[in-house]
Design a protein around this ligand. Structure first.
Ligand code: GRF
Length: 225
């Protein structure tokens, strides 16, 4: 018998395109997971609207009503538990999280970041990539620990940086890959196939051919010519 679906608690701040990718995952990734609750630190977050449209509990938790970041995260944990979330997904969540959230969900929190980490952590990853003149950028899904954007890497996808790219153009190209690798990483967790070994994440593969740790759509984009 297959495992019951993994229950996701998704933390968001903005547009929510990654949340949508999770909600509507497939057909490329059959995710054995369901979004149990969406929590946003911003009332205006479009992600909350996406959730409500899909009849998913959507909560705005206002940071101003909490004395500290720790108090805020304590309330986040309470809500996650209330909705029986097994895995926490940071999908465009703009707040730094504290040990109050990390401890109870140790190795059960993942984040999507729009660069090939460890390059360009923090804000404005695409701007940093363009300023550095890298030829390849991409995105990373990683476990979250106390060090910002430095947790063990689960999947990365690479995209070319093209002459004349603006931040918006690069963002759009990277975003397409984010929407592929985030559901894939969730599915690996749903299948209980990830093992953390120091900095590294080992992907247990039931079949020799299964599994995807790296996505390189550069060939699909005709970049090999
Ligand atoms: C994405 O680029 C994600 O990598 C970053 O924030 C952005 C969120 O976009 N952490 P969206 O809200 O999922 O559309």
């Amino acid at each position: 018998m297959s495992n019951p679906p993994l229950r996701l608690g998704v933390l968001v701040s903005g547009r929510g395109s990654n949340l949508e990718a999770i909600i509507h995952a497939g057909p490329s990734v059959q995710m054995n997971a369901t979004v149990a609750v969406v929590i946003s630190d911003r009332a205006q977050s479009q992600a909350l609207e996406h959730a409500r449209r899909s009849q998913i509990p959507a909560i705005h938790l206002n940071p101003k009503t909490h004395a500290s970041r720790e108090d805020y995260d304590t309330e986040v944990v309470r809500l996650l538990r209330e909705h029986r979330a097994d895995l926490v997904v940071l999908a465009g969540y703009m707040r730094l999280i504290t040990s109050r959230l990390i401890e109870p969900y140790r190795n059960r929190i993942i984040n999507i970041h729009p660069s090939l980490l460890p390059s360009f952590p923090g804000l404005h990853a695409h701007r940093q990539a363009l300023e550095w003149g890298v030829r390849i950028s991409g995105c990373t899904v990683h476990f979250v620990n106390e060090a910002m954007d430095q947790g063990p890497i689960i999947i990365q996808a690479a995209v070319p940086v093209l002459d004349g790219d603006t931040e918006e153009m690069l963002e759009a190209r990277v975003l397409e890959q984010e929407h592929r690798i985030l559901p894939q990483a969730i599915q690996f967790l749903a299948e209980d196939r990830l093992e953390i070994s120091g900095r590294r994440v080992v992907l247990r593969s039931p079949k020799p051919t299964a599994g995807m740790k790296v996505v390189s759509p550069m060939i699909e984009l005709g970049f090999n010519q």
